[in-house]
Design a protein around this ligand. Structure first.
Ligand code: A2P
Length: 254
């Protein structure tokens, strides 16, 4: 296991709480779309690393990450001030459970996220194989405020405009962003939608173990709530050793 040194190529501050950045990518760094890596900075002569999902798909020659800004967070309080050409440390051994191979074949793929839990799904929706495996991909992100939903919207727009990807996607991808603390096109927690008719009204579907496969990424509480709903609907949890109907992973917070 090696720690690679990458250079910052681009930085975009999306809200007071979130930013994304691109870095160079060592050819030795290989990952499955949906996986995370330990990345960070050298602080006081030592590497300080945290788990970050790779947002960019594995066919691209750069890496992209989405981060929150925690005022007193050991890493993000410094990482939020990175500048072009700064050095980012990237552990060469990525891992994770949000990988399409860890799900059984199905018709529909539901990707449920809150906050920066969106990150792993940004590489999955940019993977042509996702659309070879599934007829419909429904991506959800719930945030408190509308401005936090802009990053996901911008990536979905990129997918739609990408000549190569749009051929695979061809109307199979739907993004359903919801805000909980201000008015928005879609409002409320998706866990609440799933307990009423609202989910069926918006998506035209209810979750079932025959057709639907699910990935979940967010806080511990959010994971538990979605997991219980999936279990109640008869879906089984999968892992890399035993693929099944849904997989979960905590969104990493500093
Ligand atoms: P809410 O505003 O109702 O708390 P946070 O910033 O606290 O991590 O939350 C991010 C988003 O996820 C918020 O919109 C929040 O809704 C929503 N959320 C928090 N906990 C859950 C949960 N257990 N199930 C579904 N959504 C949740």
């Amino acid at each position: 296991m090696a720690i690679l040194k990458e250079k910052v190529l681009e930085i975009h501050h999306w809200t007071e709480k979130t930013f994304s950045f691109k870095t160079t990518r060592d050819r030795a760094f290989r990952f499955k779309n949906g996986e995370f890596a330990m990345i960070g900075l050298e602080i006081d002569g030592r590497p300080l690393l945290r788990a970050y999902s790779v947002v960019s798909p594995n066919h691209e020659d750069h890496l992209e990450f989405l981060s929150i800004k925690v005022p007193n967070g050991p890493l993000t309080s410094k990482l939020q001030h990175i500048k072009l050409n700064d050095e980012i440390l990237v552990n060469s051994k990525p891992t994770g459970t949000l990988v399409c191979d860890y799900l059984l074949p199905g018709r529909n793929l539901f990707l449920f996220s809150t906050g920066t839990g969106l990150a792993p799904f940004m590489s999955i929706i940019r993977d042509p194989e996702t659309y070879e495996k599934f007829d419909e991909v429904l991506l959800f992100q719930t945030c408190r405020f509308n401005n936090e939903l802009e990053y996901g919207k911008s990536i979905v727009r990129l997918v739609e405009r990408d000549d190569m990807l749009s051929q695979f996607v061809s109307n199979k991808l739907r993004f359903i962003p919801t805000a909980t603390r201000e008015k928005s096109e879609f409002s409320g927690r998706v866990t609440d939608w799933l307990k009423t008719d609202k989910f069926l009204q918006v998506t035209g579907r209810d979750l079932n173990s025959v057709e639907d496969r699910v990935m979940i990424c967010g806080s511990m509480e959010m994971l538990n709530d979605f997991k219980n709903i999936c279990l109640q609907k008869g879906l089984k949890e999968g892992s890399n050793s035993a693929p099944a109907d849904f997989v979960i992973e905590k969104a990493f917070v500093d």
